[in-house]
Design a protein around this ligand. Sequence first.
Ligand code: PHE
Length: 337
Amino acid sequence: MLESIRNIREEAERIKIQSSEELEKFRLKYLSKKGLVNHLIAGFRDLPGEKKKEVGKALNDLKAFLERILEEGNALYLQSEDEAKKVDDSLPVNAYRVGSRHPISLVKNELCDIFYRLGFDIAEGPEVEDDWHNFSALNFAEDHPARDMQDTFFTGDLVLRTHTSSVQIREMEKKQPPLRLIMPGRVYRNEAISSRSNCFFHQIEGLYVDEGVTFADLKQTLYYFVQEFFGEGTKVRFRASYFPFTEPSAEMDIWAGTDTEDNRRLTKGTGWLEVLGCGMVHPNVLKNCDIDPEKYTGFAFGMGIDRITMLKYGFTDIRDLFLNDIRMLSQFKGIQK
Ligand code: PHE
């Protein structure tokens, strides 16, 4: 009997309990009703009186030893599971709300992607600009109407940039050609607010300066972009235009159609939606940035992101884009761009 007690103890000492399942196995084997300890106790009753004292003590020691292991295990494994069970898993879950990207950001990212695939890098500049970067370096005459209080928000000597063309200047001042850049950002104009125009909106500026860049490169680049973004076969037209910083200058329209009332409204009934201004970078602009206009030519374009977003997602009022209405925003959930 003493022998069995010693064996059991040695065996139990070697056991390593690492989970609540192992702990339960241990309890069943040694300390349950039909376990080894009770089995020994049953045997103990039949022992002759003189042996009882010695065996009884050994048996008590063994039982105490095993119970201590069980207790320690309980503290380690069962308690933490009890803690976990305090969570009532029948309760409805508190749904984790995933945010969504703003439609303007979705479109901006998609535009950047398309031009990035054509080898354009992405650059950004400040929204509060000085006169030089927003106007003078871009060949605006001193008395150009765009400098007028009507269009521009002035903040002391500085302005809220009226276009992203200011970033062209910042980049050309930093680096010599070849330059191939796409420059997204928010711009501000002091205009009457309506369903078609807002006092701030978003543009994406493109610039490509290198030796031998031509107007054909500009047209082809924009044509490729339109097919990628609006779909194969989308019609475009170029109209001659004027910007102080490009010569020649043009505006590009895409055919949105007159089928729906929304499209008629967005295009003022013509079916054509003006999406960008563009042209060949004016030699004076290159000179202002210390780039040699004899050696280099370039094209630039500036596109309105908001209009394109309205067309793509069927917004009829530009102001709806910025109400932060969760019912609008949550419709863009899951669109990863
Ligand atoms: N900056 C012009 C605008 O805001 C757009 C433009 C950019 C035109 C680049 C030509 C070249 O209307």
